[in-house]
Design a protein around this ligand. Structure first.
Ligand code: ADP
Length: 402
């Protein structure tokens, strides 16, 4: 079965076409600057030359039409007809408390995702545009949605509730949902295979550190707690997001600066984090480079970022009364050996014995970076959210055919 995985954002769209017989990727690509007359499409078939095109792509419908054209293109295509695609799997950021697992798209599910627009105004509307575009360009092909929040549905009440007036939860569903669930699920389950224990007995902390970042406490294969909250703003310091701050700062700054809730939200999401403290960059490579050249802003940004990740890991050791393994994943987690070393050297008290040489190796494969006999194992595991989406879609569509 061939499955197309789509991750639709407001002005961009990423895709991968899988052959589920061997879970191989036949092609992947992206469309950027949707809505503009200079939109960019990059199509990368696995065994054929890449195709790059700049053209007018005014909406998601046109973007998906272009993707379909690429997939069946005589020179760059990987299938002879779009009817070979038997299902589409979509990433959806916010499933609220409506969805604790992936589901087949139906009119009710579309209404459900739409009812969550308030909770994820930047993401869910874009996902719906992706779903509609696929319905138009691939009529009759079953579609499945896989939620970033679903893995965290197992968090207990004491973890997901905020100590706020109860009516806010009852009326507006204000609670912790958590994000990056597909990634935390994938890497924690790969990590469990490195432990000589049944999955039910494992305690794993997964650190998904990319542009956005979150840490999850995974107990017995299930999410117990995670650092992102009702929105992806809570928790770690990130590329451009503040992460945890005293909530009273927000009304204080709004009053002093004369800004409204939209501007405050924008400041916290887009103009904070590494970018704000370093004085310009949200990219960990540039922060490390700046720090090595003696830039004070980059040094402070690095130290704050590292400290907040380490503090979060420490909190989850306490939350689970122990830990068997820590996993690093995503852009920064997989690639920044310097950051991993800074964090891990200061976790030696709890039995982390990092091997600086193993930590430096880049392989693109799951690997251990602690010494033999380290009480807590540390792994670097490349995440693969698209594969999880393809697998879930495959399972659900197979079941629906029965
Ligand atoms: P997103 O959250 O957008 O999916 P990614 O997981 O792709 O992000 O991570 C992107 C980030 O990874 C970049 O902002 C960059 O800071 C970081 N990154 C990529 N390569 C390296 C590297 N070699 N060293 C340090 N950081 C890196």
């Amino acid at each position: 079965m061939k499955i197309l995985v789509v991750n639709a954002g407001s002005s961009s769209l990423k895709y991968q076409l899988y052959d589920m017989n061997d879970e191989s990727v036949l092609a992947k690509g992206r469309v950027e600057r949707i809505g503009m007359d200079t939109a960019i499409l990059v199509h990368e078939p696995t065994d054929k030359p890449e195709l790059k095109e700049v053209s007018e792509i005014l909406d998601h419908n046109v973007a998906i039409k272009k993707v379909v054209d690429c997939l069946v293109h005589p020179e760059h295509g990987v299938i002879s007809s779009i009817s070979e695609v038997e299902a589409v799997g979509h990433r959806v950021v916010q499933g609220g408390d409506l969805y604790s697992e992936s589901v087949l798209v139906t009119p009710e599910v579309k209404a459900g995702i739409t009812s969550l627009f308030d909770l994820a105004p930047l993401h869910n509307p874009a996902h719906m545009m992706g779903i509609s575009a696929c319905e138009i360009n691939m009529p009759g092909v079953p579609q499945v949605v896989v939620f970033d929040t679903a893995f965290h549905a197992t968090m207990p009440e004491k973890v997901f509730m905020y100590p706020l007036p109860l009516r806010l939860y009852k009326k507006h569903k204000v609670r912790r949902y958590g994000f990056h669930g597909t990634s935390h699920f994938y890497v924690s389950h790969v990590a469990a295979q490195f432990l000589d224990k049944p999955l039910e007995d494992t305690k794993i902390i997964t650190a998904h550190i990319g542009n956005g970042g979150s840490v999850t406490a995974v107990m017995g294969g299930k999410s117990f707690d995670t650092s992102m909250g009702m929105t992806p703003l809570e928790g770690l310091m990130m590329g451009t997001r503040s992460g945890d701050i005293d909530p009273a700062i927000i009304p204080f700054v709004m009053g002093k600066e004369g800004i409204g809730p939209m501007e405050a939200n924008f400041m916290l999401n887009k103009h904070s984090g590494l970018q704000a403290i370093s004085g310009g960059s949200s990219d960990m490579r540039e922060i490390v480079e700046g720090m090595e050249k003696g830039d004070k802003g980059c040094k402070l940004a690095y130290e704050m970022y590292e400290y907040r990740i380490r503090k979060q890991i420490g909190a989850y050791v306490a939350a689970m009364n122990g830990v068997d393994a820590i996993v690093f994943t995503a852009g920064v987690g997989e690639n920044s050996a310097v950051l991993r070393l800074s964090i891990l050297e200061q976790l030696s008290w709890m039995g982390v014995d990092v091997d600086p040489e193993l930590n430096k190796i880049r392989s693109g494969e799951p690997r251990l970076i602690t010494k033999e006999g380290s009480r807590v194992k540390v792994l670097v595991i490349p995440t693969n959210e698209e594969l999880v989406i393809a697998r879930d879609t495959h399972e659900i569509v197979k079941k629906s055919h029965k």
